[in-house]
Design a protein around this ligand. Sequence first.
Ligand SMILES: NC(=O)C1=CN([C@@H]2O[C@H](COP(=O)(O)OP(=O)(O)OC[C@H]3O[C@@H](n4cnc5c(N)ncnc54)[C@H](OP(=O)(O)O)[C@@H]3O)[C@@H](O)[C@H]2O)C=CC1
Ligand SMILES: C[C@H](O)[C@@H]1OC(=O)[C@H](O)[C@@H]1O
Length: 254
Amino acid sequence: MKLLEGKTVLVTGASTGIGRAAAIGAAQHGADVVINYHSRDEDAEACIAAIEATGQRGLAVKGDVAEPDTAKDFVAKAVEAFGKVDVMVNNAGICPFHAFLDMPVETFERTMRVNMHGAYFMVQAAANQMVAQGHGGAIVAVSSISALVGGEYQTHYTPTKAGVHSLMQSTAIALGKYKIRCNSLLPGTILTEINKDDLADDAKRTYMESRVPLGRLGAPEDMVGPIVFLASDMAAYVTGAALLVDGGMFVNLQ
Ligand SMILES: NC(=O)C1=CN([C@@H]2O[C@H](COP(=O)(O)OP(=O)(O)OC[C@H]3O[C@@H](n4cnc5c(N)ncnc54)[C@H](OP(=O)(O)O)[C@@H]3O)[C@@H](O)[C@H]2O)C=CC1
Ligand SMILES: C[C@H](O)[C@@H]1OC(=O)[C@H](O)[C@@H]1O
C-alpha cells in the first residue's frame, strides 16, 4: 500500500543518512520529493536519481538551513516545480562532538543555528505555504532520543533536539486550526555520517550496541516507516506526539 500517493514531500538534509532514506522512502510511497542539502552535490544527485527510479519526480535545492532565507527559497522552488507542499520533514542537523568546558563559541552557535533556527524557519515556511493552500498538511521533525537524555560531548546538541521536539508541541497547537499536524521522530543511535568518527572507536560502538535490546544500532532505513506513517493520513489524528524509534535503548536501564 502506498501511503503518500499524490503528495509533495519536502525533506531537509537529504544528501545522506536519515534524510536520504526518508526522501527515497517517500517516493516509494508515491510522493514527489524535494530535497534540501548543504554541501554534498554528488550525493544529492544520487538521491534524486533514486527518487526518479521509483517513477516519481525529484528536485534538489542546495542551501544552508541556518540562513532564514533558505527556507523560503526551498519552499518556493518546491511550489514552482510541483505546485504544492503537503509534508515537510525537517531533518537537517549536525553534531560536532566536543567537551563542555572548552566548547568553542562558534561550534555552539553553529549547532544552534543549523539544528534549532534551521528547524524553526523551515517549519514556519512550510506552514505558511500549507495555510495558503488551505488543505492542511503534515510536519515531521527529526528530533532524537537526545531530547530525553544527555551526552557528555553533546551539551550543545541535546538542547537543540529537545528544542525541536518542543517546537513540534507548540506548532501542533498553533497550526491545529489549519489541519496541519506536527510530530517529532526521536531516533536512537543510527549509523550515519554524523557519528561515523565517534563510532569508529570500537569500544564505544560495542558499548552503544550493548545498550540496545534489539541487539544492533539503527540504519537510516529503520526510520522510513515511522516517518512515512507520521506524514501520512494513517496518522490523521496524531499531532503533538513524539515517536521514539531506538530499538529499545531508552528503556534499557539494567
Ligand atoms: N544518526 C543518529 O544517530 C541520529 C541522528 N539524528 C538526527 O537525524 C538528522 C539527520 O542526521 P543523520 O542522517 O544522522 O546525519 P548525516 O550527517 O548523514 O546527514 C545530515 C544531513 O544534513 C545536511 N546538513 C547538515 N548541515 C546542513 C545545513 N547547514 N543546511 C542544510 N543541510 C545540512 C547534510 O547535508 P550535506 O552533507 O550535503 O552538507 C546531510 O544531508 C539530524 O537532525 C540528527 O540530529 C537524531 C537521532 C540520532
Ligand atoms: C550523533 C549521535 O551519534 C546520535 O545523535 C543523536 O541524536 C543520538 O542520540 C546519538 O547520540
